[in-house]
Design a protein around this ligand. Structure first.
Ligand SMILES: Nc1ncnc2c1ncn2[C@@H]1O[C@H](COP(=O)(O)OP(=O)(O)OP(=O)(O)O)[C@@H](O)[C@H]1O
Ligand SMILES: [Mg+2]
Length: 370
């Protein structure tokens, strides 16, 4: 939790945004708590930036209401919403120094020079750029430029900070460093933060809660822990986790979930078609289990990922534990532990309530008769 915490919650009520009749956001409701760090996560084109721009006031709503700290803002100019935004393309003024870039909005707002300089110095210190105030953007690294852009937002002391993929121009190492810095910054200033990304690692590491968007609709809005362990839909299940969760078409006969060729994959009381989900790291090699052909091996150092082919042609991935060798065998026998299974509705993709197998069933290493 932040040391200080903004009390500016954000309410999204029946929010609709269409472009020329086509709804990008067909109707969205959510409450973001004051001081909370929300990550909006979803694939390209799902409406993340559109939603953020609606909150910022850069886009007009087609219908619905937005409240910030309980006040309706959908008709207000962006500058009156007491928020600041950090974009992917941080567009610093190249001819201005770091200090001038950070302080520009304050200058435009005619904040007296002494106060301006004090606030610029404080913002620069927050992002650890205190020694770079006299430099120009051309003399900075990508990560340092991005921090100038963040300081430029923070210096306005906003109640709400909006970020649109601010780290996606940076290399992997820098992104990791910047993630830590952003998390630290949030702890110190406690602004209500909304952070858009399509990067699940950023979402998992930064968010208090993740809003997973798919075609402008919320698939799930919950803690990273819940999103990972209790995905509400096959979409969420397949989007979070690397390698991605296996999603397999099965049919339940009331005692087993079976592949199209009749092979029993797991014990389960479900009847009818469904999507079975299991994470690659929870698929187990088990003598006497289901036969599988190894079609591909990826050695990632810390662990190995095997792509397997089951009897009916279904592909399945297995990730070995840390330091565990994958072996070289062309075939393998596997088991899907009951406790690791997720079950989703075949038509809606929503998680089925009876996804967990009853306690009377053995949770581990079921050896399945087929
Ligand atoms: N000004 C516009 N006019 C018409 N369609 C638009 C406009 N802006 C966005 N769209 C459409 O709305 C949809 C959502 O766009 P948006 O930019 O919100 O996606 P996004 O989730 O941010 O994607 P990305 O991860 O690629 O940035 C897309 O299909 C896009 O083509
Ligand atoms: Mg976008």
């Amino acid at each position: 939790m932040p040391e200080t915490r903004s009390n500016a919650g954000i309410g999204l009520h029946g929010l609709v945004k269409s472009y020329g009749g086509a709804p990008v956001i067909p109707g969205l409701d959510a409450e973001l708590e004051g001081g909370e760090f929300t990550v909006i996560l979803g694939p390209s084109g799902c409406g993340k930036s559109t939603l953020l721009n609606c909150i910022a006031g850069l886009e007009r709503l087609t219908a619905g209401r937005i409240t910030i700290a309980g006040r309706e803002v959908q008709e207000e100019e962006p500058k009156n919403r007491r928020l600041a935004m950090v974009f992917q393309s941080y567009a610093l003024y190249p001819h201005m120094t770091v200090a001038e870039n950070i302080g520009y909005a304050l200058k435009v707002a005619r904040v007296p020079k002494a106060e301006r300089m004090a606030r610029v110095a404080a913002a620069a210190k927050l992002v650890e750029l205190g020694d770079y105030l006299g430099r120009r953007p051309g003399q900075l690294s990508g990560g340092q430029r991005q921090r100038v852009a963040i300081a430029r937002a923070v210096v306005r002391e906003p109640q709400v900070l909006l970020y649109d993929e601010p780290l996606s121009n940076l290399d992997a190492k820098l992104r990791q460093d910047m993630r830590m810095e952003l998390a630290g910054l949030h702890r110190r200033i406690g602004a209500t933060s909304v952070f858009v990304t399509h990067d699940q690692v950023e979402a998992m590491t930064l968010a208090d809660r993740i809003m997973v968007l798919n075609k402008g609709r919320i698939e799930q809005f919950d803690t990273p822990e819940a999103i990972y362990h209790r995905p509400a839909s096959a979409f969420v299940a397949g989007f979070i986790g690397s390698p991605a969760m296996n999603l397999i078409d099965v049919t339940g006969d009331g005692s087993h979930l079976r592949l199209s060729d009749g092979t029993a994959l797991a014990r389960h009381p479900h009847r009818g078609p469904a999507i079975l989900g299991i994470r690659p790291e929870q698929v187990q090699a088990a003598p006497g289990g289901i036969p599988a052909a190894v079609t591909w091996r990826e050695d990632l150092g810390a662990h190995c990922v095997l792509t397997l082919r089951l009897g009916d042609g279904t592909a399945l991935r297995l990730a070995t534990g840390p330091g565990q060798a994958a072996g070289t065998a062309a075939t393998l026998r596997i088991a899907l532990p009951a406790a690791a299974l997720h079950l989703f509705d075949i038509s809606t993709g929503r998680a089925l309530a009876a996804a967990a197998a009853p306690a009377t069933m053995k949770a581990e290493h079921d050896h399945l008769p087929s």
